[in-house]
Design a protein around this ligand. Structure first.
Ligand SMILES: [Zn+2]
Ligand SMILES: [Zn+2]
Length: 337
């Protein structure tokens, strides 16, 4: 079994994005085209996907692509990458060279992807390009459609046990991390629980720069600056236990008899090293319903941007400045990507 890397188009390429959506993120209904395929391929596809929905991708015409594509064999694994992430992993079922079918599958594309391959078990892995390139030893990232060299596979297998395990490790590492990139999910859940159950002495409303608090020893080795539950709770109270993205969002009643809300640091705590004053001030803490809180961390870039733009009002920008935190909307959005 061999491993291949496939470029799956940049973010800006809307054509590639549509193709990804139609035949990689979702399965394509191949039944109407079935009779145009070789008998052997029909048999393989029907056997693997009884409903005749299948994942498909294609390589552009060209000698290098043709050479790589011609080696693809059933059971080989392909990893799809874009500029910033290695997004999907699929398993090859069969290949066919067929210009007419390619034009039917990706009709609006001006490029011809006649070196077609059918896949099964396509899954999202979303590994950052930085992490993948470092483990697999591509200083500048891979270029084009290519096999992963055996030496690279050996290095990664020696470290992780297998390529599959390295992928699982890199994908999970990403999932475990919250508060953009520093706090583990466990630590984050503990903090929200503490804030929710916290009985406040006095509502704090910061309007002056505050000294940077010390680092906690928990979390990862980079250390996380301490977050004050009193301030987080204050931010929620100041916002009247409402979701700042949409005041209408309804949650549930918590153990203290109030609507449950979560505290989110708009300029992420992980960016503390870039600021001279504490990011743990009430004006930087946003009260969000759990759904919006998940969305601002785990949504796609459009979702995140929509929430950030709603929260980062002129007032907030001014009040952050009073606390020594200068930022712009573009800078902020960049921190969430
Ligand atoms: Zn958060
Ligand atoms: Zn909400």
């Amino acid at each position: 079994m061999a491993w291949y890397l496939v470029p799956a188009g940049s973010k800006k390429n809307t054509e590639a994005a549509r193709n990804r959506k139609n035949t990689l993120e979702n399965k394509y209904f191949i039944a109407p085209l079935m009779t145009e395929l070789e008998d052997e391929i029909q048999r393989i596809l029907r056997f693997a996907e009884q409903d005749e929905y299948v994942y498909i991708w294609g390589a552009k015409t060209g000698p290098s692509n043709e050479r790589t594509w011609s080696k693809l064999t059933q059971g080989d694994k392909v990893i799809f990458y874009a500029e910033e992430s290695f997004a999907y992993l699929g398993v090859i079922l069969a290949t066919t060279r067929n210009r007419e079918i390619a034009e039917k599958i990706w009709p609006s594309d001006t490029t011809n992807f006649e070196f077609i391959y059918f896949m099964t078990d396509v899954q999202r892995i979303d590994i950052s390009a930085e992490a993948f390139n470092a483990e697999f030893g591509y200083p500048k990232g891979p270029q084009g459609f290519q096999p992963i060299a055996l030496q690279r596979i050996e290095v990664v297998s020696n470290k992780f046990g297998s390529i599959e395990q390295s992928i699982e490790y890199m994908a999970n590492k990403r999932l475990e991390i919250s508060e953009i990139n520093l706090i583990t999910a466990k630590e984050e859940a503990g903090f929200q629980d503490e804030v929710d159950n916290h009985i406040i002495n006095k509502v704090i409303e910061d309007n002056l720069p505050r000294e940077i608090p010390p680092k906690t020893n928990t979390g990862n080795k980079n250390g996380q600056n301490k977050r004050d539950p009193e301030r987080a709770k204050s931010a929620i109270i100041l916002n009247d236990y409402k979701c700042e993205f949409n005041l209408e969002h309804v949650t549930f009643i918590n153990r203290k008899g109030m609507p449950y809300m979560e505290a989110h640091h708009l300029v992420p705590m992980s960016a503390q090293k870039n600021y001279s004053y504490s990011l743990d001030v009430t004006v930087n803490i946003v009260s969000l319903c759990p759904n919006c809180h998940r969305a601002i961390h785990l949504g796609n870039s459009a979702v995140k941007e929509r929430i950030i733009k709603e929260i980062f009002t002129k007032d907030r920008k001014r009040n952050l400045k009073k606390c020594g935190i200068n930022t712009t909307i573009d800078e902020l959005i960049l921190k969430y990507t």
